[in-house]
Design a protein around this ligand. Structure first.
Ligand SMILES: NC(=O)c1ccc[n+]([C@@H]2O[C@H](COP(=O)([O-])OP(=O)(O)OC[C@H]3O[C@@H](n4cnc5c(N)ncnc54)[C@H](O)[C@@H]3O)[C@@H](O)[C@H]2O)c1
Length: 362
């Protein structure tokens, strides 16, 4: 019998200590629930969730882990929490992750995303045990030429807006720490392996962020209003949140087995055929919801956002044996089903979330 992905990951993470930053966020809460289902002992480090409807509360996140509410910029606190815990794995998801907000608070975005990453790696330097570290950046780290071809891991990094630039800077920081302090040549003395995961736009239940397509769609459709969209012709590599989470976990697992080989950057995104226009994604969401309409908003003062972005995922497929499981239609349908349950049957949302995880990984 072929082992399921769940069994494979359970073999890696069961009973292991995992330090998870960003555990109160959208991706982080899915990651937390998945890790706990795999049998990991999780310590989270993040800011307070923003609203009572955040996924972290819906899954009773406080009962799932040792939840530390603190800032990445509090270097001493971050160091103490990591050293006290002595983690086998670190997944670094915490960030200021919004492009539009980064235009309003650029220097804070750089502080959290760049200095926050350096603070974390400074603490890792003080750990005296083997530790595998997966740092989450984004597909937006690539210098975007609006080319038709999908970006590969060795393409040039850059970033037009402060968010993208901050994540590209974080990658330079990671590369510098990898060369200077966690070098392959001295692995036997430091025993640290650093890998980077670059994922595209993710969708899934429990995201309530401002200025993201699915939350905007759900907010409008749930009160029978038309959805207002800004960039109908923008192309994005949409994917269900569980796809990159499987990628992050597989990357951690591979790092553990072969730290000197997998301590590099990996793209996680959909198959190219599922790289959709915003407009196409919206139509799928309305179809899955059952009814709804949309308007295109023209904003003359709109900040620059990349129009075209595609990711080449062959490296993750070939080296990590990771593969996207869902096409765009399935990903949208799973997402909209979660929100419909949230609206119609909120008492079941914890169970729905667990079932979506189990079905995905088995
Ligand atoms: N959601 C996406 O489509 C997407 C796409 C590509 C990359 N990413 C990356 O994935 C990661 C998670 O994103 P998300 O969508 O879950 O975002 P989110 O906003 O839902 O969660 C962000 C998390 O970071 C924490 N955080 C923010 N500032 C912090 C600070 N100063 N100190 C400590 N914790 C802080 C928040 O408390 C929260 O737990 C981010 O690194 C983001 O850049 C997300």
């Amino acid at each position: 019998m072929v082992d399921s992905l769940f069994n494979k990951l359970e073999n890696t993470y069961k009973g292991k200590k995992v330090f998870l930053t960003g555990h109160t966020g959208f991706k982080g809460a899915w990651m937390l629930k998945t890790l706990v289902m795999l049998g990991a002992d999780v310590k989270g480090y993040s800011l307070e969730p923003k609203t009572r409807q955040d996924l972290f509360y819906l899954i009773d996140g406080n009962d799932l882990c040792n939840s530390v509410i603190a800032d990445l910029r509090d270097k001493k606190r971050l160091e103490t929490e990591i050293l006290d815990f002595q983690p086998d794995y670190i997944f670094h998801l915490a960030a200021q992750p919004l492009v539009r907000l980064s235009y309003e608070i650029p220097s804070e975005t750089f502080e959290v995303n760049v200095i926050g990453t350096a603070n974390l790696l400074d603490a890792v330097k003080l750990l005296n045990i083997k530790c595998n570290i997966v740092l989450i950046t984004t597909d937006k780290v690539y210098y975007n030429n609006e080319w038709l071809y999908p970006y590969r891991e060795n393409d040039r990094l850059g970033g037009y807006d402060p968010y993208s630039a901050s994540k590209a800077c974080a990658e330079l920081v990671i590369d510098s720490y990898r060369n200077s302090f966690f070098n392959n040549k001295t692995y036997s003395s430091h025993k640290k392996a650093l890998a980077v995961a670059r994922a595209g736009n993710v969708i899934g239940g429990g995201d309530w962020s401002k200025d993201r397509l699915i939350p905007d769609i759900v907010r409008a459709l749930s009160i029978d209003k038309p959805v207002n969209i800004r960039n109908p012709k923008s192309v994005r590599p949409w994917q269900h949140v569980l796809e990159p989470i499987a990628g992050y976990l597989l990357l951690g697992s591979n790092l553990n087995e072969n730290p000197l080989i997998f301590n590099e950057a990996y793209n996680f995104g959909p198959q190219i055929s599922d790289t959709l226009l915003v407009e196409e994604m919206l139509k799928l969401a309305i179809q899955s919801w059952g009814k709804g309409s949309f308007n295109v908003e023209i904003d003359e003062n709109q900040h620059h956002e990349a129009g075209l972005l595609k990711l080449d995922i062959s490296r993750a497929i070939n080296e990590l044996k990771w593969n996207p499981k869902m096409d765009a239609e399935e990903a949208v349908s799973l997402t909209m089903n979660w929100y419909k349950e949230y609206i119609n049957n909120i008492n079941n949302i914890k169970e729905i979330t667990s079932n979506q995880i189990l079905n995905f990984f088995n």
